[in-house]
Design a protein around this ligand. Structure first.
Ligand code: PLP
Length: 395
C-alpha cells in the first residue's frame, strides 16, 4: 500500500459535517427531522448583494484579480475597520481569502513552525485544532466552564504560555457557545500577548450578531502595541448570510499579511472575482439587512433559552451572540434511553435523532463531550417543535 502523508492521517474529519450527512440521509428516507445542526444563517443572501454579483458577471468581471483581493475591496475593508472597530489600517495590511476559514488557515501557515504552540479555549470551533496541526504546530487547549462563560481566564492563559507559544486565539462571540468575552478579560489576555510578544488572533466572524444591546470590542483597538501583534479576522458568511460565496479577510501585521499573500499565491490565488464584487457592495451599503437578521436571531435566542429552562437536568450559558446554544446534557448521561445506555454526547445525539427526530451536533468535536450544540438559525416554529420533542424524549 502506498502510504498517505502523516499530515493527512492526523486530520480528524469535521464532526459537524458527519452528523449533517446522517440527518440528511434520514430526511431523504422521508423521516421528519427538526434540524438544529446548521452552522450557517437560514436567510437568503440579500438581493442587493446578489445583484452586485450578477452585474459583475454581466460586465465580464470573471478573470483573475490580485491575489490578496481587489484594491477596491481591500480599501472597503479598511473603511469597515475604521467605521465599526475604530481601527486604522492600510490596504497592504489587509488580505482577502476564500472564507475566514481559509484566512485562519493561512495565518497558521504563515506564523507557525513545527513544534510551535497555539493557545485557545475549549469548547472550540472544530477547525482550530486541525488547522494548527496542519501547520505542524501544537494546540494548547484551555478548558473552560459555563460558569466562566466559556472564556479563558487570563491566569489560565498565562500558565499555558511557554517559550514555544506563537499565538493566542480568541473567538468572541463564540462558535459553539454563543458567549462573548468581557472587555476586561479580553484586555488582560491582549496584555499578555503584548508582554510575551506572541500573536493574538481574534476571530470576529460573529461580530454583527450580538444581543441585549451588547457592543463588540476588537482587541486590536486597545492600543498600538496590541494592534501590532493582532490579526483581526472577519468575513461575509455570518453577517450577510453569504456562506457559499467564500469571502473572508484579515487585517494584521504587514509582514505577516504579505507572507499570507505569498502562500495564497501558490494555493488558491485570489478569491472568486464576482464574490469580491458582491462583498464590496455588502460592506459599502447601509447595514439594514444585517440588523434585520440580527433581530430575528435575538428573538429565536430568547425562544430557545425559554424552552430549555423548562427541561430538567439541562444547564446552559446564555448566548450573547452568534446563533448557537451549547447546553450541558450530562445530567442525562448514565440513563437508559431508547433501550441504549447514554454515556456521551454522541450517544445522546443518536438517541435524539433516531428516537425523537431532532438533529443536534455532539459536543465532543468541539472539545466538550458533556454538551450538545444547537443552532437557532431556524424559525421559532421549528425551535418550538424541536424543543417539544427533546422535552418529551428526556422526560
Ligand atoms: C463560520 C465560522 C468561520 C468562517 O466561516 P467562513 O465561511 O469560512 O468565512 C470562522 N470561525 C468561526 C468560529 C465560524 O463559526
Amino acid at each position: 500500500m502506498i502510504s498517505l502523508s502523516e499530515r493527512s492521517q492526523n486530520v480528524t474529519p469535521s464532526s459537524t459535517l458527519a452528523i449533517t450527512a446522517k440527518i440528511n440521509a434520514l430526511i431523504a428516507d422521508g423521516v421528519d427531522v427538526v434540524k438544529f445542526g446548521a452552522g450557517e444563517p437560514d436567510f437568503d443572501t440579500p438581493d442587493y448583494i446578489k445583484d452586485a454579483a450578477i452585474a459583475a458577471l454581466d460586465a465580464g468581471f470573471t478573470k483573475y484579480t490580485p491575489v490578496p483581493g481587489t484594491p477596491e475591496l481591500r480599501e472597503a475593508i479598511t473603511e469597515k475597520f475604521k467605521r465599526d472597530n475604530g481601527l486604522s489600517y492600510k490596504p497592504s495590511e489587509v488580505i482577502v481569502s476564500c472564507g475566514a476559514k481559509h484566512t485562519i488557515y493561512n495565518i497558521f501557515q504563515a506564523i507557525c513552525d513545527p513544534g510551535d504552540e497555539v493557545i485557545f479555549a475549549a469548547p472550540y470551533w472544530v477547525s482550530y485544532p486541525e488547522q494548527v496541526k496542519l501547520a505542524g504546530a501544537v494546540p494548547r487547549v484551555i478548558e473552560t466552564t459555563p460558569k466562566q462563560n466559556f472564556c479563558m481566564a487570563p491566569d489560565q492563559v498565562e500558565a499555558a504560555i511557554t517559550p514555544k507559544t506563537k499565538a493566542i486565539l480568541v473567538n468572541s462571540p463564540s462558535n459553539p457557545t454563543g458567549t462573548t468575552y468581557d472587555v476586561d478579560t479580553l484586555k488582560a489576555i491582549a496584555d499578555l500577548a503584548v508582554k510575551h510578544q506572541i500573536y493574538l488572533i481574534s476571530d470576529e466572524i460573529y461580530e454583527a450578531l450580538l444581543y441585549d444591546g451588547a457592543t463588540h470590542q476588537s482587541p486590536a483597538a486597545f492600543n498600538e502595541e496590541t494592534k501590532a501583534i493582532t490579526f483581526v479576522v472577519n468575513g461575509m458568511s455570518k453577517a450577510y448570510s453569504m456562506t457559499g460565496w467564500r469571502i473572508g479577510y484579515t487585517a494584521g501585521p504587514e509582514d505577516a499579511v504579505s507572507a499570507m499573500s505569498r502562500i495564497q499565491s501558490h494555493s488558491t490565488s485570489n478569491p472568486t472575482s464576482i464574490a469580491q464584487k458582491a462583498a464590496l457592495v455588502a460592506l459599502n451599503e447601509p447595514q439594514d439587512a444585517v440588523e434585520e437578521m440580527r433581530k430575528a436571531f435575538e428573538e429565536r435566542r430568547d425562544v430557545i433559552c425559554q424552552r430549555f429552562d423548562e427541561i430538567d437536568g439541562i444547564h446552559y450559558a446564555r448566548p450573547q451572540g452568534a446563533f448557537y446554544i451549547f447546553p450541558d446534557f450530562s445530567g442525562h448521561y448514565g440513563r437508559t434511553l431508547g433501550g441504549q445506555k447514554v454515556e456521551n454526547s454522541m450517544d445522546i445525539t443518536d438517541y435524539l435523532l433516531n428516537s425523537a427526530g431532532v438533529g443536534v451536533v455532539p459536543g465532543d468535536g468541539f472539545g466538550a463531550d458533556n454538551h450538545l450544540r444547537l443552532s437557532f438559525a431556524t424559525s421559532s416554529e421549528e425551535i418550538h417543535r424541536g424543543l417539544d420533542r427533546i422535552k418529551k424524549a428526556l422526560a
